[in-house]
Structures are given as C-alpha cells and as structure tokens.
Design a protein around this ligand. Structure first.
Ligand code: PMP
Length: 418
C-alpha cells in the first residue's frame, strides 16, 4: 500500500460526503455530532449498494459461486479490521452489532466464567453506560463488586487512586480510550500495565478511540478492544470485538445457534473456533463488507492525518469558545493535545437542550444531554452538557458557525432573562 498523503485535504474529503450538501432550516448543514454517529462517504454507500446489487448471498453456507464470493468479501473485511488495529490475526476479530454488544459479550462470556463472590471489577467515573451496566449486571449475578476510578477537576483519570483501587481481587479493569463527554485521551498502555500487574484483564472501550487515530492493540497490550463501525464512516449494525486469541479460545460462547457450532447432537453440541464461535446466526455481512470500505477510506486518508486534523480543529474550537467569555465553560482538559475531537460545554443560565434547539435553527447540529454518562454528569455537577464533536469533514468554518450561533443563542436567552 502506498504511503498516505501528508495532511488532510478537507475540501476533497467533504466532496465525498453527499449529506454535507444538505440545507437545514434554510442554512447549510454543519454536522457536529460525529461522536454519536459519523456521516458516510459515497465509497461506503456505494459498497453497500454494490454488494446487494452484485454479490448478495448468505456466507459460510453455500457451495456455490455467489456464496463463496460473499464469504470471501466478509472475511476480507475481517482481515482489514485486524490490520487496521494491528491484531496478530483475523481470528481475533469478532463482529457484533456495536460497541455495546461487544462489551456485553465480554461481560457475559469472560465475566460470568471468571468472576466469583467478592471479586472486583474496576471501571472509571467517565465511562459510557455501555461500559458500566453490563458489569453491574454480571457483578450482581456473581456477587462481585464494581469500583470506579475517580476523575480529577481537569477531567483526567486520577491515576494515583489506582494503586489502592486495584487489589488482588481485581479481575477486570474496563475503561474508555477517549471520553465521549470530556474528550480526555486516557493513557491506555499505562492502565493496561497496572491491570496486568494485578493479574486482571484489561478491556478498552475504543468507541471514541479507533475512529480518530492509529490504534495498535499489540503495542497497547489490551486484552480486549471494542468499537463501532457507525462512528468511523461505516454503516450501523456492525461492532468489533478484538480479543487476544488465548482469551477468546478459553471463553465459552455467548449466544448459541447456527453458524457457531461444529456439531449438534441430541445430548449436546461442540462449537467452532473463534471468531465464528461468537457469531451465532446469519451475521450482518453486507454491512461488514461496507465497513471494510470505510476502513479503506480512513487508511487512505492516514490515521495520523485524521488525528492531526482533529487536534487542530479542537484547538481552534477551544480558542474560539474562550472568546465568548465567562458565560461559556468548557468541560475537560484545557489542551487539545490531551483530547479527541469532542468539546462539551455549558452556557450560563441556558439549558443545553435550549442551546441545541437554537443552534438547530442555524443549521448547526450538536448533541445535548447526559451522553449516556450519568455518573460523570454527577461528577460534573450537571444533569446535561452541550457537545460538539468533530471528524474528518469538519472545518474551522464549521467552528465559526458554531460560535456565531452560540452568540445568537446567548443574545436570545440574555434578552429573555432581562
Ligand atoms: N462507549 C463510548 C465511549 C461511546 O461514545 C459510545 C457511543 N456513544 C458507546 C460506548 C456505545 O456505542 P454503540 O452505541 O455503538 O454501542
């Protein structure tokens, strides 16, 4: 493969995304909610349509050309995914529906088999509910205890607390690579090392990590690393579970049914090797094939370029938001180098939902709410935040439109208050 170009040609990238020509409330669309889901380039949309037009047949079953082609396309996407995160083998890549299902699979399969009464699972206070609730369920079932690594006032994990929180009872340390609220990039390798030092497995929620920068699961030494296609230019309905082969081999299946079995008898069954052991039923093969096209697209851009672009635009956003004065408070690390492309903020005396609504009138699409991170909201002392998030197709002009719309919102609500 040729080397990716230096820097991102954002105008060329934008031309690849048909939705960006939309007009919303008579204004050109500014899409600032990629942390919730990303937009899709024509290459991915076409890959999905082409697959249905030319190659559709169920995978792994047919002894006929079309099914063989379809199986090859599906398994090729698995290989692309493995290469994208530098997994040792495509057998370490399980396709699920989304990050949430990947985390549940680990909790139900590895967690149930390995957690006992009094054992501990360690998560962080900045987790998405997807990386809290499955552990709450399995801890309750097994009589295990869930603990939380606290978050500092600046929005970093309080790593000094880990010493006392990791004990010989800790079996799992599960944490996010990048916070979907604060944008904080966590020191994955360091936390993985501490988990391993205590004999625990390390589960990394990469939903906001893998889409936004180069990930090398072997360098990180993560035991599990999970993410979603829809947040990285791919279709909805595809999640990735990377697991070290040694762990996937020893884990019991999560769901039973067709595809995952070797043999079924009246008195029992045997299962296939990973990854197929964990893919019961007809997989979402058409979307997985299109996900492969998204990986190609991102790889052609170059993940280091993607990261640099987001850091630049986040830095610009932090700088522009600061010009709005004390009335606008940004949550999370002050320096863009410590952040992914996510900026949560509060506007004094204006509810985040009202901010999102008034920005919508200007065509600016942002998210407002608890972002599925209620423990973190409690830590921040607010029920909700407004959040702008950036990706490969966003520009400094988008940030300007955000800031202009915020000024208008401020004037509107300022007038209403007086
Ligand atoms: N973890 C994080 C950090 C997220 O941002 C999200 C999506 N907002 C998820 C998990 C869940 O992803 P999905 O909805 O694709 O399962």
């Amino acid at each position: 493969m040729s080397d990716p170009p230096k820097g991102l040609d954002v105008e060329a990238v934008r031309r690849d995304f048909p939705i960006l020509s939309r007009v919303i409330n008579d204004k050109p669309l500014v899409y600032l909610d990629s942390a919730a889901t990303s937009q899709k380039p024509s290459r991915v949309i076409d890959a999905l349509a082409d697959f249905y037009r030319t190659s559709n047949a169920n995978v792994h079953r047919g002894i006929y050309t079309l099914s063989e082609e379809s199986t090859l396309a599906y398994e090729t996407a698995r290989e692309k995914t493995a290469a994208f995160i530098n997994a040792a083998s495509s057998a370490e890549i399980v396709f699920t529906r989304n990050t949430t299902e990947s985390l549940n699979l680990i909790a139900y399969s590895w967690g149930r088999a390995n957690l006992g009464a009094g054992d501990e699972v360690l998560v962080t206070a900045m987790e998405h509910h997807s990386n809290i609730v499955p552990w709450q369920i399995v801890c309750q079932e097994r009589g295990a205890v869930l603990r939380f690594i606290p978050v500092t006032d600046e929005g970093f994990l309080d790593l000094s607390a880990i010493e006392s929180l990791i004990t010989e009872r800790t079996k799992i340390v599960a944490f996010t690579h990048v916070s979907n609220v604060l944008g904080t990039i966590n020191p994955v390798r360091e936390i993985v090392e501490r988990a391993h030092g205590a004999g625990a497995v390390a589960v990394v929620d990469g939903a906001q990590g893998a889409p936004h920068g180069a990930v090398d699961v072997r360098a990180l030494d993560a035991d599990f690393y999970v993410f979603s296609s829809h947040k990285m230019l791919g279709p909805t309905g595809v999640g990735v579970l990377y697991g070290k082969a040694s762990l996937l081999n020893e884990m019991p299946p999560f769901l039973g049914g067709g595809e995952m079995i070797m043999e079924v008898r009246e008195d029992g069954f045997t299962w296939k090797d990973p990854p197929w052991k964990f893919e019961a039923g007809t997989p979402n093969f058409a979307d997985v094939v299109a996900f492969g096209a998204a990986i190609d697209y991102l790889s052609d851009l170059g993940m280091d370029n993607v990261r640099q672009h987001e850091m630049d635009i986040t830095g610009y956003a932090l700088q522009r938001l600061a010009t709005l004065g004390d009335g606008v408070a940004v949550h999370g690390p002050p320096d863009a180098a410590d952040r992914g492309g996510v900026v949560s903020f509060a506007v004094e005396s204006v509810h985040p939902h009202d901010i999102a609504q008034t920005l919508d009138w200007e065509g600016v699409q942002i998210r407002a709410g608890h972002h599925c991170a209620q423990p973190l909201m409690r830590r921040l002392g607010t029920p909700a935040t407004a959040r702008a998030s950036f990706y490969v197709y966003n520009t400094n002009e988008d940030v300007d439109r955000l800031v202009d719309a915020l000024k208008k919102a401020g004037e509107l609500f300022g007038r209403q208050r007086s």
